[in-house]
Design a protein around this ligand. Structure first.
Ligand code: 26V
Length: 813
């Protein structure tokens, strides 16, 4: 049953009356948004129910994707698109005199993540649902999402993001599915009547974990999965144990804030509590549900897969052991066999500082029983290595060392699969970071290159490009993004190539309007829009970009007639609140922007736009308007990157180091269609291992670098006294950890090529077309298909009408 425009309008009006007693003309955007969301939900809730039931009826193997971050952004448009309602509702709204785009903007971003890691988790949720794969998300329902960023005098200021204040229309609270999580106290083992050891808990606190479920709508396939986020509450019968306001607040705080990745000491303890909370709640509910459907826990791994997204949920290993041993009375050997078969783990960074380790004493306070179990895992692991004659690998791989728990080690030992997120990254894991594990368990290691949701980043974010593509190759790519490759045979089609350029221009006009409206800044859509959007981190080298901007500025001041193609540099980035250096870079970019944007003598050849509060919904505005994609991390440091994929999909050309997934992008588009520069992996590793790099030499011997760096400290750029000095020192005195100065010259070369090529619009647009044509290889649909086949061994469910991804499988009203 398909819905018609008339049916939709009737239903919409009826709900608006029922809920608000209003006519369309009298309703606010907020009221219209809520009403539309209600109609949308009525379209998929029944299918959601059926999808859930079918898993149990068919005894399907289930995947549980544990992630401390999810970053879905806004859900209204993607739900409409996936239900097959998007065009219809757009049209119906026009008939009602309403603009769907405007109303969709009312929705606050669901920003329960910092960056790539969380966005990837949400891409995977979308793709799993679209492939009708039985994948469930498991995470935390933070009351405050990632902070809202404001710039005050060029400094980043963090404001609370109380996104739930406006109510989340998509979630459903399920108090009946709550579980109890035990924290703290002491534990000892007592011999039971049957001779088995039983843990006895004393003085522990019990907290109620209440799940909030969000339906994840599959793309036109009548399949809806669940993302389950946990909220912490005080159980009614435990009120007495939380007598003070302070103790009650501690419970609320458990699920209140999302920690930025490098939070401080005090925050760390909370973070560990959060990790145990969502791990324990998730694992308990999995086992409880499993027992309703299956008989024996010895079959667990046939029906359950648990994915550990980065190390934050690594305690899943120990928590499952706890449940199987203590609650279900399995033997250690049986429990361990199931655990390893159930668990799989993805590593998302090789940055040593980001590899989690926790002091034993801290976990002892959170959950003493887990400490016992982890120590036993460690003890048995040592024995196993000894038996295999591989004790020399023990120190570097054991889970417990010097009273610290190494979470990656725990995850790897407790999993049957370990994967990196791009080819280079996986190679580095095998040969460098995790090489001793690779010696021990080569069969566990595999690569799964990241991907993006092509539908969100093209169909939703860039409707005019979507139309242009549809006209040439049809709409099959909406299901299978690799179909985009058919565009490649049209590079000689002048009309198409021009159309690509026109679409880009229109998108730039639109973004320029947004910049004017929000920042009061005039930018010309004729200029090159050069975009770097990602978390602010030293290794991502926003600084390299900035140094080039400063150089262009100085050159233009010296020679106003200098022939450079006009460029608008666009930045979007948040810095972790305690990451001082990253915040100094933000301040410097903002001051350089201020200087440049107010200098009429530059004749609009340069502009710098640092958008406030970069987030998924803003990315959807910026990325379609980008000409150049900056992917300039120090080789080896960026595990994959995913903005690189989104930008190429929207026809931006990439300036890149051979790092992360950039390498795979280059392999697909060919060297002529990407601008590669900079040190390569071997050179970086060589510098690092042999201490062969001396950044001060570059400052001393390269006059161009000398001049640019001096501008940081000699007052040429106002208001950056402290920050300019800090950055100068990091580059010249602290030996420039990320080889910014080393790569500067080659970066300029690559950028000059960009400048030249852009003058030939036909050549440029052809390369854009080739990039778009190859971006389909980075669809998260394919990535998740590989996870399903290689790691989880799950297959798609057959949808309600017997079809999977059927073109006409619209959602009914
Ligand atoms: C966190 C920290 C915190 C302490 C300072 C150093 C540091 C460095 C990196 C991180 C990020 C940790 C995990 C993460 O978000 N990784 C990102 O995962 C994306 C999805 O796989 C991937 O595309 C990005 O390259 C990777 O940085």
């Amino acid at each position: 049953m398909k819905i018609t425009t008339e049916q939709f309008i009737k239903e919409f009006k009826r709900r608006l009356t029922d809920e608000y007693a209003l006519d369309v003309k009298d309703a606010t955007k907020e009221e219209l948004y809520r009403t539309l969301a209600a109609v949308v939900k009525s379209g998929y809730f029944d299918i959601w129910r059926k999808s859930k039931n079918s898993f149990d009826q068919d005894q399907k193997k289930q995947v549980y994707y544990f992630s401390i971050e999810f970053l879905p952004g806004q859900l209204l448009k993607s739900n409409l698109l996936n239900m097959g309602w998007y065009t219809l509702v757009k049209k119906a709204f026009q008939e009602l005199g309403l603009d769907l785009d405007e109303i969709a903007q009312v929705e606050p971003d669901m920003a329960l993540g910092n960056g790539g890691l969380g966005r990837l988790a949400s891409a995977f949720m979308d793709s799993s649902a679209s492939l009708a794969l039985p994948v469930n998300g498991n995470g935390i329902r933070y009351k405050y999402g990632l902070f809202k960023q404001k710039f005050v005098d060029g400094y980043q200021v963090e404001l609370a993001n109380a996104w739930l204040d406006q109510n989340n229309v998509w979630e459903v609270a399920r108090p009946s599915k709550a579980v109890k999580v035990h924290f703290g106290g002491q534990v000892y083992l007592k011999e039971g009547a049957d001779g088995t050891l039983e843990p006895v808990y004393e003085n522990d606190k019990v907290i109620l974990a209440v799940p909030y479920d969000t339906g994840i709508v599959g793309y036109k396939n009548r399949h809806v999965n669940t993302m389950r986020l946990w909220d912490a509450q005080i159980p009614a019968e435990e009120e007495i144990n939380f007598p003070t306001i302070e103790s009650r607040r501690r419970v609320e705080d458990l699920t209140s804030v999302l920690y930025p990745d490098d939070s401080n000491e005090a925050g760390k303890f909370f973070r560990l509590n959060q990790e145990y909370f969502f791990v324990s709640a998730g694992m308990q509910s999995i086992i409880r549900h499993y027992k309703q459907v299956h008989l024996s826990l010895l079959d667990l791994s046939q029906y359950v897969s648990v994915h550990i997204n980065d190390t934050h949920p690594a305690m899943c290993v120990a928590e499952l052991m706890r449940i199987l041993l203590d609650d279900e009375k399995l033997s250690w050997e049986d429990a361990w066999k199931q655990t390893v078969q159930v668990m799989s783990y993805t590593n998302h960074t090789i940055m040593a500082e980001a590899l989690e380790k926790w002091p034993l004493y801290m976990l002892e306070k959170v959950q003493p029983r887990l400490v016992q179990i982890i120590q036993e895992i460690d003890r048995r692991y040592a024995l196993e290595l000894e038996a295999k004659g591989q004790s020399q690998l023990l120190a570097s791989t054991r889970p417990v060392k010097d009273n610290m728990i190494y979470m990656a080690n725990l995850a790897i030992i407790g999993s049957h699969s370990v994967n990196g997120v791009a080819k280079l990254h996986t190679e580095l894991l095998k040969q460098d970071v995790l090489k001793d594990f690779y010696t021990l368990y080569p069969e566990r290691f595999n690569n799964k290159t990241n991907g993006i949701t092509v539908r969100r980043w093209l169909e939703i974010a860039n409707p005019s490009l979507t139309k242009t593509i549809d006209r040439v190759i049809g709409t099959k790519w909406h299901y299978d993004a690799k179909e985009l490759h058919k565009l490649a045979s049209h590079v000689s089609d002048k009309r198409l190539v021009d159309a690509i350029g026109q679409v880009k221009y229109q998108n730039k006009v639109r973004f320029a309007k947004y910049v004017k409206a929000t920042m009061g800044l005039e930018i010309s859509p004729k200029a090159i829009f050069d975009v770097q959007v990602k978390r602010l981190h030293a290794y991502k080298r926003q600084l390299l970009n900035l140094l080039r901007i400063i150089q262009l500025y100085l050159n233009l001041k010296q020679n106003p007639a200098l022939d450079i193609y006009p460029r608008v540099f666009i930045f979007g980035a948040k810095a972790a609140p305690s990451y001082h250096y990253a915040k100094s870079i933000i301040k410097c970019i903002n001051e350089v922007a201020d200087l440049i944007n107010h200098d009429d003598s530059l004749n609009d050849k340069l502009k710098v736009v640092f958008v406030e509060d970069y987030r998924v919904s803003l990315a959807e505005k910026i990325i379609p308007a980008a000409d150049v994609s900056e992917q300039i991390s120090t080789a080896t440091k960026e595990a994959s990157g995913t903005s690189n994929m989104k930008l190429m999909l929207n026809g931006a050309l990439t300036v890149a180091t051979l790092d992360g997934a950039n390498i795979e992008i280059k392999d697909r588009v060919g060297e002529d269609n990407i601008f590669i520069f900079g040190l390569q992996k071997e050179e970086v590793l060589d510098y690092e291992q042999n201490h062969g790099y001396h950044s001060a030499d570059y400052y001393q011997n390269d006059p161009a670098i000398h001049r640019v760096l001096d501008a940081l400290v000699d007052g040429s750029i106002p208001h950056i006294q402290a920050e300019g000095r800090e950055i100068f020192d990091s580059l010249v005195r602290a030996n420039d950890e990320y080889f910014v100065l080393r790569d500067f010259e080659d970066y300029l070369r690559a950028q000059n090529e960009v400048d030249q090529l852009y003058r030939n619009q036909t050549q440029w647009n052809k390369k854009c077309l080739i990039n778009i044509a190859n971006a389909g290889y980075f669809s998260s649909d394919d990535t998740i298909r590989n996870y399903a086949e290689d790691i989880w061994q799950v297959t798609p469910t057959v949808s309600e009408n017997g079809k999977v991804s059927a073109e006409d499988a619209r959602y009914p009203l």
